[in-house]
Design a protein. Structure first.
Length: 300
């Protein structure tokens, strides 16, 4: 058999491998938290949007929750200010909040535009719309960091309405408190809260790391699948630090609140979302509830 025929058979094999996943997640909600380098690099951005659009077209119900930290910092600097962070959280005074909201809305509509170009109907909303994200002021170890919000409640009705009408919702992480003040929300926190509220089947984080490592210094210790009990042990034994710690805690919390699987993926790898969701081995770290079964055909 010639080489070109082998290549076609390989493609067919990939499609067949995807079939059980397409069947299993058909009509299920998947929340994609989109941030990091994949938002800055134009080619990666197109890949991510193409992936999410494909998920929609094969019958999933995706919701994108995006960040925009790098873009916000850029515009804060353009306004002649220096971005400030406390324990990894942006200090957000009134002027910074105004800039953040403008920038995030701009990012939001550019993502809508990209999805629409691929022939899928998208609607961009912020956590203000329909009372989607209600927040209260967040403190960092008791320190006031301005207009940074902790999500207190989610009203997912607007998301359900959009999904029912076959739109792809794209959510910008801005919310209001009970006095209708505007707050910036960490996009990871917003994605987790939304995934819990809509009982998402999957929550996928696109990040700038390959996944969870048993030993962050050793790239050969990437963990492909992790139950929450195992994740807790890793945290308890001090293996997890830096930015991965709050992310992993968010993952555990999401699973305890009804999300079936959480994926931590390297958004710098083209089409990482499709590789993780539609192939037997995946490429990042999948975190599962203790009752959740492992992947199909794991031993093949």
């Amino acid at each position: 058999m010639d080489k070109s025929m082998d290549k076609y058979l390989e493609k067919a094999q990939v499609l067949i491998e995807a079939l059980p996943y397409i069947q299993r997640f058909n009509r299920k909600i998947i929340v994609v938290k989109y941030g990091g380098s994949a938002m800055v690099d134009e080619a990666l951005k197109k890949d991510v949007i193409a992936d999410v659009t494909l998920l929609k077209l094969v019958g999933f119900k995706p919701i994108i929750v995006h960040g925009g930290g790098k873009e916000i910092s850029k515009w804060v600097e353009k306004a002649g200010m220096t971005p400030k962070f406390v324990n990894g959280l942006r200090v957000t005074d009134e002027v910074t909040m105004e800039i953040a909201e403008m920038v995030l809305n701009r990012v939001n509509k550019s993502l809508v535009q990209m999805v629409e170009q691929l022939g899928v109907r998208a609607v961009g909303i912020s956590g203000k719309d329909g009372g989607l994200l209600k927040v209260e002021k967040k403190y960092s170890n008791g320190q006031d960091i301005g207009f940074v919000g902790d999500v207190k409640s989610v009203n997912p009705k607007v998301l359900y309405d959009l999904l029912e009408k076959d739109f792809l919702p794209i959510v910008c992480p801005i919310g209001m408190d009970e006095d209708y003040n505007t707050y910036n929300i960490n996009a990871d926190d917003a994605a987790c809260a939304i995934a819990r509220a809509v009982n998402a089947e999957k929550l996928a984080f696109l990040t700038d790391i390959e996944g969870v490592y048993k030993d962050p210094e050793d790239k050969n210790t990437l963990i492909s699948e992790l139950r929450i009990e195992e994740a807790r042990k890793l945290i308890g034994n001090g293996f997890i630090g830096g930015g991965m710690l709050p992310k992993l805690n968010n993952c555990i919390e999401a699973i305890e609140n009804g999300v079936s699987r959480v994926h931590i993926l390297d958004g710098r790898i083209p089409h990482c979302l499709l590789l993780e969701i539609f192939t037997n081995k995946g490429i990042g770290t999948a975190i599962l509830g203790d009752e959740e079964s492992r992947y199909y055909h794991e031993d093949e």
